[in-house]
Design a protein around this ligand. Structure first.
Ligand SMILES: Nc1ncnc2c1ncn2[C@@H]1O[C@H](COP(=O)(O)OP(=O)(O)OP(=O)(O)O)[C@@H](O)[C@H]1O
Length: 249
Protein backbone atom coordinates (compact mmCIF):
# COMPACT_ATOMS: atom_id res chain seq x y z
CA UNK A 1 0.00 0.00 0.00
CA UNK A 2 1.32 3.46 -0.71
CA UNK A 3 0.22 6.97 0.11
CA UNK A 4 0.76 9.22 -2.83
CA UNK A 5 -0.08 12.71 -1.71
CA UNK A 6 1.19 15.97 -3.07
CA UNK A 7 2.51 17.69 0.05
CA UNK A 8 2.81 21.44 0.39
CA UNK A 9 6.35 22.70 0.21
CA UNK A 10 7.41 25.09 2.99
CA UNK A 11 5.78 28.50 2.80
CA UNK A 12 7.49 31.16 0.74
CA UNK A 13 9.61 28.76 -1.28
CA UNK A 14 8.49 28.66 -4.85
CA UNK A 15 11.68 28.57 -6.88
CA UNK A 16 12.05 25.14 -8.42
CA UNK A 17 15.47 23.54 -7.91
CA UNK A 18 14.78 20.65 -10.28
CA UNK A 19 11.81 19.19 -12.10
CA UNK A 20 11.74 15.75 -13.67
CA UNK A 21 8.98 14.55 -15.98
CA UNK A 22 8.55 11.08 -17.44
CA UNK A 23 12.19 10.14 -16.88
CA UNK A 24 13.36 6.90 -18.44
CA UNK A 25 16.74 5.20 -18.06
CA UNK A 26 17.82 1.83 -19.43
CA UNK A 27 20.93 -0.27 -19.12
CA UNK A 28 20.88 -2.36 -22.31
CA UNK A 29 17.51 -4.13 -22.42
CA UNK A 30 16.85 -3.51 -18.75
CA UNK A 31 14.67 -0.51 -17.86
CA UNK A 32 15.66 0.84 -14.45
CA UNK A 33 13.70 4.10 -14.42
CA UNK A 34 10.34 4.36 -16.14
CA UNK A 35 8.05 7.39 -16.11
CA UNK A 36 9.54 9.00 -13.02
CA UNK A 37 8.24 12.43 -11.98
CA UNK A 38 9.78 14.62 -9.29
CA UNK A 39 9.87 18.25 -8.28
CA UNK A 40 12.10 19.78 -5.63
CA UNK A 41 11.93 23.43 -4.59
CA UNK A 42 14.78 25.53 -3.27
CA UNK A 43 15.05 25.20 0.48
CA UNK A 44 13.30 21.83 0.39
CA UNK A 45 15.05 18.69 1.66
CA UNK A 46 13.85 15.50 0.00
CA UNK A 47 15.08 12.04 1.02
CA UNK A 48 14.85 9.06 -1.32
CA UNK A 49 14.49 5.55 0.06
CA UNK A 50 14.07 2.29 -1.82
CA UNK A 51 15.22 -1.30 -1.85
CA UNK A 52 18.77 -2.00 -2.93
CA UNK A 53 18.98 -2.00 -6.73
CA UNK A 54 15.74 -0.06 -7.28
CA UNK A 55 17.54 2.74 -9.14
CA UNK A 56 18.26 5.48 -6.57
CA UNK A 57 21.87 6.05 -7.65
CA UNK A 58 20.82 5.82 -11.29
CA UNK A 59 18.35 8.67 -10.69
CA UNK A 60 20.95 10.72 -8.83
CA UNK A 61 23.51 10.26 -11.60
CA UNK A 62 20.98 11.36 -14.20
CA UNK A 63 20.14 14.48 -12.15
CA UNK A 64 23.87 15.16 -11.75
CA UNK A 65 24.27 15.07 -15.53
CA UNK A 66 26.77 12.21 -15.19
CA UNK A 67 24.71 9.84 -17.36
CA UNK A 68 22.55 10.31 -20.42
CA UNK A 69 18.81 9.63 -20.14
CA UNK A 70 16.65 7.55 -22.47
CA UNK A 71 13.48 9.61 -22.26
CA UNK A 72 11.62 12.34 -20.42
CA UNK A 73 12.94 15.68 -19.22
CA UNK A 74 15.10 17.04 -16.44
CA UNK A 75 14.75 20.79 -15.93
CA UNK A 76 17.41 21.86 -13.49
CA UNK A 77 21.01 23.04 -13.23
CA UNK A 78 23.45 21.39 -15.65
CA UNK A 79 25.99 20.82 -12.90
CA UNK A 80 24.37 20.52 -9.49
CA UNK A 81 26.60 20.03 -6.44
CA UNK A 82 27.09 16.39 -5.46
CA UNK A 83 28.45 14.77 -2.30
CA UNK A 84 29.14 11.04 -2.50
CA UNK A 85 29.69 8.41 0.18
CA UNK A 86 33.46 8.97 -0.12
CA UNK A 87 34.76 12.55 0.09
CA UNK A 88 36.68 12.29 -3.24
CA UNK A 89 39.28 14.91 -2.27
CA UNK A 90 42.36 15.52 -4.39
CA UNK A 91 45.27 14.28 -2.21
CA UNK A 92 47.93 16.66 -3.55
CA UNK A 93 45.84 19.82 -3.12
CA UNK A 94 45.49 21.63 0.23
CA UNK A 95 41.98 21.85 1.63
CA UNK A 96 41.26 25.34 0.36
CA UNK A 97 42.16 24.29 -3.18
CA UNK A 98 39.96 21.21 -2.91
CA UNK A 99 37.06 23.42 -1.88
CA UNK A 100 37.66 26.11 -4.52
CA UNK A 101 38.11 23.55 -7.31
CA UNK A 102 37.23 25.19 -10.62
CA UNK A 103 37.12 28.73 -9.18
CA UNK A 104 40.04 31.04 -9.88
CA UNK A 105 42.58 31.20 -7.04
CA UNK A 106 42.14 34.89 -6.30
CA UNK A 107 38.38 34.86 -5.61
CA UNK A 108 38.29 31.13 -4.82
CA UNK A 109 40.64 31.13 -1.85
CA UNK A 110 38.68 33.51 0.40
CA UNK A 111 35.41 31.77 -0.56
CA UNK A 112 36.96 28.40 0.27
CA UNK A 113 38.29 29.70 3.58
CA UNK A 114 34.84 31.02 4.51
CA UNK A 115 33.26 27.68 3.54
CA UNK A 116 35.82 25.76 5.61
CA UNK A 117 35.04 28.06 8.52
CA UNK A 118 31.36 27.21 8.13
CA UNK A 119 32.05 23.49 8.42
CA UNK A 120 34.27 23.99 11.48
CA UNK A 121 37.63 23.63 9.72
CA UNK A 122 38.57 27.29 9.55
CA UNK A 123 42.11 26.77 10.80
CA UNK A 124 42.88 23.92 8.42
CA UNK A 125 42.75 25.51 4.97
CA UNK A 126 46.46 24.91 4.21
CA UNK A 127 46.31 21.34 5.55
CA UNK A 128 46.20 18.16 3.39
CA UNK A 129 43.39 15.64 2.91
CA UNK A 130 45.55 12.80 4.33
CA UNK A 131 45.54 14.49 7.75
CA UNK A 132 41.75 14.43 8.09
CA UNK A 133 39.40 11.99 9.81
CA UNK A 134 36.54 10.54 7.75
CA UNK A 135 34.08 13.01 9.26
CA UNK A 136 36.39 15.98 8.63
CA UNK A 137 36.96 14.91 5.02
CA UNK A 138 33.21 14.70 4.50
CA UNK A 139 32.86 18.22 5.95
CA UNK A 140 35.37 19.42 3.33
CA UNK A 141 33.25 17.72 0.65
CA UNK A 142 30.21 19.62 1.98
CA UNK A 143 32.14 22.91 1.92
CA UNK A 144 33.17 22.20 -1.69
CA UNK A 145 29.54 21.51 -2.60
CA UNK A 146 28.17 24.68 -0.99
CA UNK A 147 30.88 27.16 -1.98
CA UNK A 148 29.13 27.93 -5.28
CA UNK A 149 25.69 28.39 -3.70
CA UNK A 150 24.13 25.58 -5.77
CA UNK A 151 20.46 25.60 -6.65
CA UNK A 152 20.43 21.80 -6.28
CA UNK A 153 22.51 19.63 -3.94
CA UNK A 154 22.60 15.86 -4.48
CA UNK A 155 23.71 13.71 -1.55
CA UNK A 156 24.43 10.03 -2.27
CA UNK A 157 24.63 8.34 1.14
CA UNK A 158 27.18 10.91 2.36
CA UNK A 159 27.03 9.81 6.01
CA UNK A 160 26.89 6.03 5.52
CA UNK A 161 30.60 5.43 6.15
CA UNK A 162 30.74 7.53 9.34
CA UNK A 163 30.43 6.25 12.91
CA UNK A 164 27.12 6.86 14.68
CA UNK A 165 28.23 9.87 16.76
CA UNK A 166 29.94 11.61 13.85
CA UNK A 167 26.81 10.98 11.78
CA UNK A 168 24.63 12.72 14.39
CA UNK A 169 27.01 15.71 14.43
CA UNK A 170 26.95 15.81 10.63
CA UNK A 171 23.14 15.84 10.64
CA UNK A 172 23.16 18.91 12.90
CA UNK A 173 25.78 20.62 10.73
CA UNK A 174 23.92 19.87 7.50
CA UNK A 175 20.69 21.30 8.93
CA UNK A 176 22.50 24.51 9.89
CA UNK A 177 24.26 24.83 6.54
CA UNK A 178 21.13 24.21 4.51
CA UNK A 179 19.09 26.69 6.51
CA UNK A 180 21.66 29.28 5.46
CA UNK A 181 22.27 28.29 1.82
CA UNK A 182 18.81 26.91 0.94
CA UNK A 183 19.51 24.73 -2.09
CA UNK A 184 16.97 22.09 -3.02
CA UNK A 185 18.35 18.79 -1.69
CA UNK A 186 17.92 15.18 -2.76
CA UNK A 187 19.44 12.73 -0.27
CA UNK A 188 19.75 9.06 -1.19
CA UNK A 189 19.92 7.01 2.00
CA UNK A 190 19.20 3.54 3.37
CA UNK A 191 18.64 4.94 6.84
CA UNK A 192 14.95 5.57 7.57
CA UNK A 193 15.74 7.52 10.75
CA UNK A 194 18.25 9.73 8.94
CA UNK A 195 15.54 10.51 6.38
CA UNK A 196 13.02 11.39 9.13
CA UNK A 197 15.51 13.61 10.99
CA UNK A 198 16.70 15.54 7.93
CA UNK A 199 13.98 15.63 5.30
CA UNK A 200 10.87 17.71 4.72
CA UNK A 201 9.60 14.98 2.38
CA UNK A 202 10.49 11.32 2.01
CA UNK A 203 9.99 9.52 -1.30
CA UNK A 204 9.99 5.78 -1.72
CA UNK A 205 11.16 4.50 -5.10
CA UNK A 206 9.82 1.25 -6.53
CA UNK A 207 9.50 -0.27 -10.01
CA UNK A 208 11.45 2.58 -11.55
CA UNK A 209 9.22 5.38 -10.27
CA UNK A 210 8.25 7.26 -7.10
CA UNK A 211 5.79 4.98 -5.31
CA UNK A 212 4.98 7.25 -2.39
CA UNK A 213 5.64 10.72 -1.08
CA UNK A 214 5.43 11.50 2.65
CA UNK A 215 5.61 14.86 4.33
CA UNK A 216 7.62 14.79 7.57
CA UNK A 217 5.92 16.64 10.42
CA UNK A 218 8.40 18.89 12.30
CA UNK A 219 7.65 17.11 15.59
CA UNK A 220 8.62 13.79 13.97
CA UNK A 221 11.93 15.26 12.81
CA UNK A 222 12.78 16.65 16.23
CA UNK A 223 11.79 13.76 18.50
CA UNK A 224 12.66 10.22 17.55
CA UNK A 225 10.12 8.78 19.98
CA UNK A 226 7.25 11.10 18.98
CA UNK A 227 4.17 9.12 17.87
CA UNK A 228 4.34 10.87 14.47
CA UNK A 229 7.95 9.66 14.03
CA UNK A 230 7.01 6.13 15.14
CA UNK A 231 4.07 6.02 12.74
CA UNK A 232 6.12 7.28 9.80
CA UNK A 233 9.00 4.88 10.57
CA UNK A 234 6.58 1.92 10.68
CA UNK A 235 4.93 2.99 7.43
CA UNK A 236 8.25 3.46 5.61
CA UNK A 237 9.68 0.16 6.84
CA UNK A 238 6.52 -1.62 5.72
CA UNK A 239 6.82 -0.03 2.27
CA UNK A 240 10.44 -1.14 2.14
CA UNK A 241 9.38 -4.68 3.03
CA UNK A 242 10.97 -4.68 6.50
CA UNK A 243 9.00 -5.29 9.71
CA UNK A 244 9.82 -2.61 12.35
CA UNK A 245 10.92 -5.25 14.88
CA UNK A 246 13.53 -6.59 12.38
CA UNK A 247 14.95 -3.10 11.90
CA UNK A 248 15.97 -2.96 15.58
CA UNK A 249 18.38 -5.90 15.20
N1 LIG B 1 26.46 0.73 -15.26
C1 LIG B 1 25.49 -0.17 -15.17
N2 LIG B 1 25.31 -1.10 -16.12
C2 LIG B 1 24.29 -2.00 -16.04
N3 LIG B 1 23.41 -2.05 -15.04
C3 LIG B 1 23.53 -1.15 -14.07
C4 LIG B 1 24.57 -0.17 -14.05
N4 LIG B 1 24.44 0.59 -12.95
C5 LIG B 1 23.37 0.10 -12.29
N5 LIG B 1 22.83 -0.94 -12.95
C6 LIG B 1 21.63 -1.71 -12.53
O1 LIG B 1 20.57 -0.80 -12.38
C7 LIG B 1 19.78 -1.13 -11.24
C8 LIG B 1 19.72 0.08 -10.31
O2 LIG B 1 21.02 0.32 -9.77
P1 LIG B 1 21.28 1.52 -8.74
O3 LIG B 1 22.72 1.50 -8.38
O4 LIG B 1 20.70 2.76 -9.31
O5 LIG B 1 20.38 1.04 -7.49
P2 LIG B 1 20.31 1.65 -6.03
O6 LIG B 1 18.87 1.77 -5.69
O7 LIG B 1 21.13 2.88 -5.93
O8 LIG B 1 20.97 0.47 -5.18
P3 LIG B 1 21.73 0.50 -3.77
O9 LIG B 1 20.68 0.93 -2.79
O10 LIG B 1 22.13 -0.93 -3.57
O11 LIG B 1 22.88 1.44 -3.87
C9 LIG B 1 20.43 -2.35 -10.62
O12 LIG B 1 19.72 -3.49 -11.02
C10 LIG B 1 21.83 -2.36 -11.18
O13 LIG B 1 22.29 -3.67 -11.31
Amino acid sequence: MSTTTQPMHPAGIDEIAVQVAGLKRRYGQRTVIQGLNLRIHRGEFVALLGESGCGKTTLLRALAGLDAIDGGRIDGPAQPAVVFQEPRLIPWDPLWRNVSLGLDDKSGKPLAQAALEEVGLGGRSEDWPRNLSGGQAQRVALARALVREPRLLLLDEPFAALDALTRIRMHALVRQLLARHRPGVLLVTHDVDEAIVLADRILVMRDGAIASDHRVAPEAAHHRAHPAAEALRTQLLAELGVASADALH
